[in-house]
Design a protein around this ligand. Structure first.
Ligand code: IMP
Length: 173
């Protein structure tokens, strides 16, 4: 059985450079206002870990688990697999996503979280694949906009594998 070929799409140096820029922009926008970063598990864990170190505003970290994917095609169903530990009422929220693909997950999470009376909600996504959108939803801060290719690495998986790759890669069958 031949193993799939992995090609680098965005090297780690470029990822880190862009995250420094995103962190500076977010810090400038929020200043000293305390911010709750909500990482969407599992794909955002690496991006969140790097992004949080590039933000100078005071932050609290929360995680929410959401699942909508089976293999390489979306099922169109979003399920919360882990909820927040604490309430978010009157908090400024920054939802941290790995990728906005069809937009179904982000749309669902924004709907669920906005019902919990936060002061504000914005979204930062490491990646955006606008050509795949099935519902109109936009991220406020975007790391990279990419073409319609299935990507792995830097937290993103294919069947739970490859999350530990340092670069963002493409799986070539
Ligand atoms: P949605 O289609 O925008 O709801 O995206 C749901 C989730 O699918 C994302 O948060 C990712 O975890 C996953 N996903 C979408 N596109 C890719 C990809 O190219 N590689 C790996 N995971 C992806």
């Amino acid at each position: 059985m031949s193993s799939p070929q992995i090609e680098v799409l965005i090297p780690q140096e470029e990822i880190q450079k862009r995250i420094t820029e995103l962190g500076a922009q977010i810090s400038a926008d929020y200043g000293d206002r305390p911010l709750v970063l909500i990482g969407v598990l599992k794909g955002s864990f690496m991006f969140l870990a790097d992004l949080v170190r590039a933000i100078s505003s005071p932050v609290r970290i929360e995680f929410i688990g959401a699942k909508s994917y089976e293999g390489t095609s979306t099922s169109g169903q979003v399920q919360i697999t882990k909820d927040l530990d604490k309430p978010i009422s009157d908090e400024d929220i920054l939802l941290v996503e790995d990728i906005i693909d069809t937009g179904l997950t982000l749309n669902y999470l924004l709907h669920v979280l906005s019902q919990r009376s936060p002061r504000s909600i914005r979204t930062v996504a490491f990646l955006d694949k606008p050509s795949r959108r099935r519902i109109e939803v936009k991220g406020d801060y975007i790391g990279f906009t990419i073409e319609d290719k299935f990507v792995i690495g830097y937290g993103l998986d294919f069947e739970q594998k490859y999350r530990n790759l340092k670069d963002l890669c493409i799986l070539v069958p």
